[in-house]
Design a protein around this ligand. Structure first.
Ligand code: PXP
Length: 247
C-alpha cells in the first residue's frame, strides 16, 4: 500500500468567522473552490446539529459547485441521514457529537452501537455514499467498523497532535505508534484508512508517512494559517510536507 495521499480540506471555520458577524462572508463555498484550485483533493464540511458553523445551504451549494468530492461530516441522527440522502455526497463521515464540546473530542463507539450504526449506514451505502467512521486507534472499534460494512475508517489523530504541541514526547510517540498499528489493522481488514484532527505543519509528516493512510482531513490549522499566508499557500505547504513524508 502507498501511492498518493489525498488531502481533504475542512472549511468549517470559514463559516465560523462568517457566523461571528451573521453576514454572508467569508463564504465557505468560495474557500472550498479556492482550496480545490490550490490542490485539495476533496472538501470536508461538518453540519452540526446546532449549525454553529456550516449551514444547510452551505452543503447544498458545496454539492452544486464543487468539482472535487465532498466529504459530509455528520452525527448519526435521523435528521442528518435525511439531509445526506437528499444530497448524496461522495462520502459521509460519521462522528460523535456533543453540543457542549468545542470540537469532535473522541471517536465513535461502534462497538456499543454496532446494530444501530449498521442499520443507519445501510441506506447511505445504497445511495452510493462512501461511509467513513471516525474512530480512535482501537482494534475493537476497527473490527466493529469492518463488521458493519463501512468502507472507510478515519483514525482520530487529536491525542497525538495535542501531546506533540504540549511537549509530552513519550505520549506523542505512544499515540503515533497506536495510530500506526490501527492503520495496519484496518487496512488488513479491507478498510480504507483516513486520518485527521488537530494536524499541523509540525505533526503531519509521521502520519502522512504511514503507508496505509490514503487521506488526511485537515481544517483548523489550515484556516488559521490562511490568515497569515493565504489559503493557497497554507494548502501548498501542507501538500508539500505530505508528499515529502510519503517519498
Ligand atoms: N476529521 C474529522 C472527523 C473531524 O471531525 C475534524 C474536525 O472537524 C477533522 C478531521 C479536522 O480536524 P481539524 O480541524 O482539527 O484539522
Amino acid at each position: 500500500m502507498s501511492g498518493k495521499l489525498r488531502l481533504g480540506v475542512n472549511i468549517d471555520h470559514v463559516a465560523t468567522v462568517r457566523n461571528a458577524r451573521g453576514t454572508a462572508f467569508p463564504d465557505p463555498v468560495r474557500a472550498g473552490l479556492l482550496a480545490a484550485q490550490a490542490g485539495a483533493d476533496g472538501i470536508t464540511a461538518h453540519l452540526r446539529e446546532d449549525r454553529r458553523h456550516i449551514h444547510d445551504d452551505d452543503i447544498a451549494r458545496l454539492k452544486a459547485e464543487l468539482t472535487v468530492p465532498l466529504n459530509f461530516e455528520m452525527a448519526a441522527t435521523a435528521e442528518m441521514q435525511e439531509i445526506a440522502l437528499r444530497h448524496r455526497p461522495h462520502a459521509v463521515c460519521l462522528v460523535p457529537e456533543r453540543r457542549e464540546e468545542r470540537t469532535t473530542e473522541g471517536g465513535l463507539d461502534v462497538v456499543h452501537e454496532e446494530a444501530r450504526l449498521g442499520a443507519f449506514i445501510a441506506p447511505l451505502r445504497e445511495a452510493g455514499c462512501r461511509v467513513s467512521l471516525f474512530i480512535g486507534a482501537d482494534s475493537a472499534q476497527i473490527e466493529a467498523a469492518a463488521r458493519i460494512g463501512a468502507a472507510v475508517v478515519e483514525i482520530h489523530t487529536g491525542a497525538y497532535c495535542d501531546a506533540h504541541h504540549e511537549g509530552r514526547i513519550a505520549d506523542r510517540d505512544a499515540e503515533l505508534a497506536r495510530i500506526a498499528v490501527a492503520a495496519e489493522h484496518a487496512h488488513a481488514l479491507g478498510l480504507e484508512v483516513h486520518g485527521g484532527h488537530g494536524l499541523t505543519f509540525e505533526t503531519v509528516a509521521p502520519v502522512a508517512a504511514l503507508p496505509q493512510m490514503q487521506e488526511l482531513n485537515i481544517g483548523h490549522f489550515l484556516i488559521g494559517e490562511a490568515i497569515f499566508t493565504g489559503l493557497a499557500e497554507a494548502i501548498a505547504g501542507m501538500r508539500q510536507r505530505m508528499d515529502a513524508a510519503r517519498a
